[in-house]
Design a binder for this molecule. Structure first.
Ligand code: 5GP
Length: 212
C-alpha cells in the first residue's frame, strides 16, 4: 500500500541527540530522506576532531546568498536561530516526495510551525532530554561550543520547551535505542493515517462500485 509522502519534523534543544536519532533513522528505515539544511554559521568541530562538511551536515552559505534565496522563494521554511539563518530547500523536499520518499526535517520550532501551516498533515516530533542536568552534561561533553555558547543553547532550550506542547508527539531521549524505536514507530503509524491513504481507499471503493 503506497501512502502519500509525509513530512516529519524533528525538533528539540541543542545537544538532545536529534542528529544521532536522524542518522539512525536514515540508516535503518526505507523510504525516508533527511534534508540537509542551508546555514549561515561557520562549520563546527565534531566530537572526533574533524570539521562539519559542506553538503553533508549543512550547505554552508553566506548571509547574502541566504537572503537572495529567501527572495527567490527557494526555502520550504527558514528561521533565524542562535543569530544565524537556517533553511530547508523547497526543491529537495519536492524532489524526494516525487521519488516516493517521506522527508525528515531536523529544524527548530519556528520552522516547525511554518511547515504545519503549509502542510497540516506534517507530523511534528519533539525530542526531550531526561532532565536539564543531563542536557547540560551532554552539551559540555561534546566540547564543540564555548562555555558562553553552552549557556546560550541551554537558555534557548528552555524557550523551545514551551513550544513542545504544540507538537504531535514527544520522545524522551534517555536510552538512544528506545528513542530511535519510538520515532520509527511514529513514522510507521503516520504512514497509515487515512489522510495519507486516500488514493488506496478511493481505488478500493471504486472496485466495489464497478461490480454493481
Ligand atoms: P546547530 O547550529 O546546532 O546545528 O543548529 C541550531 C538549531 O537550528 C537547531 O535547533 C536546529 O534544529 C535548527 N535548524 C537546523 N536546520 C534548520 C532549518 O533548515 N530550518 C530551521 N528552521 N531550523 C534549523
Amino acid at each position: 500500500m503506497h501512502h502519500r509522502e509525509v513530512t516529519f519534523v524533528i525538533s528539540g534543544p541543542s545537544g538532545v541527540g536529534k542528529g544521532t536519532i536522524c542518522d539512525r533513522l536514515i540508516r535503518e528505515m526505507d523510504g525516508v530522506a533527511l534534508s540537509v539544511s542551508c546555514a549561515t554559521r561557520a562549520p563546527r568541530r565534531l566530537k572526533d576532531g574533524s570539521m562539519e562538511t559542506d553538503g553533508v551536515h549543512y550547505h554552508f552559505i553566506t548571509p547574502e546568498r541566504f537572503e537572495a534565496m529567501i527572495d527567490e522563494g527557494d526555502f520550504y521554511e527558514y528561521a533565524c536561530v542562535h543569530s544565524g539563518y537556517y533553511g530547508t530547500s523547497r526543491s529537495f523536499v519536492e524532489r524526494q516526495k516525487e521519488a516516493g520518499n517521506d522527508v525528515i526535517l531536523e529544524i527548530d520550532m519556528q520552522g516547525a510551525l511554518q511547515v504545519k501551516a503549509t502542510d497540516p498533515s506534517a507530523v511534528l516530533i519533539f525530542i526531550l532530554p531526561p532532565s536539564y542536568e543531563e542536557l547540560r552534561r551532554r552539551l559540555v561533553g561534546r566540547q564543540s561550543e564555548t562555555p558562553e555558547q553552552v549557556e546560550k543553547r541551554l537558555s534557548d532550550g528552555l524557550g523551545q520547551l514551551a513550544f513542545a506542547y504544540v507538537y504531535d508527539y514527544i520522545v524522551v531521549n534517555d536510552d538512544l535505542d528506545e528513542a530511535v524505536a519510538a520515532v520509527a514507530d511514529i513514522i510507521r503509524v503516520s504512514r497509515r493515517r487515512t489522510v495519507n491513504n486516500k488514493k488506496t481507499l478511493d481505488d478500493i471503493k471504486r472496485s466495489f462500485l464497478e461490480v454493481k
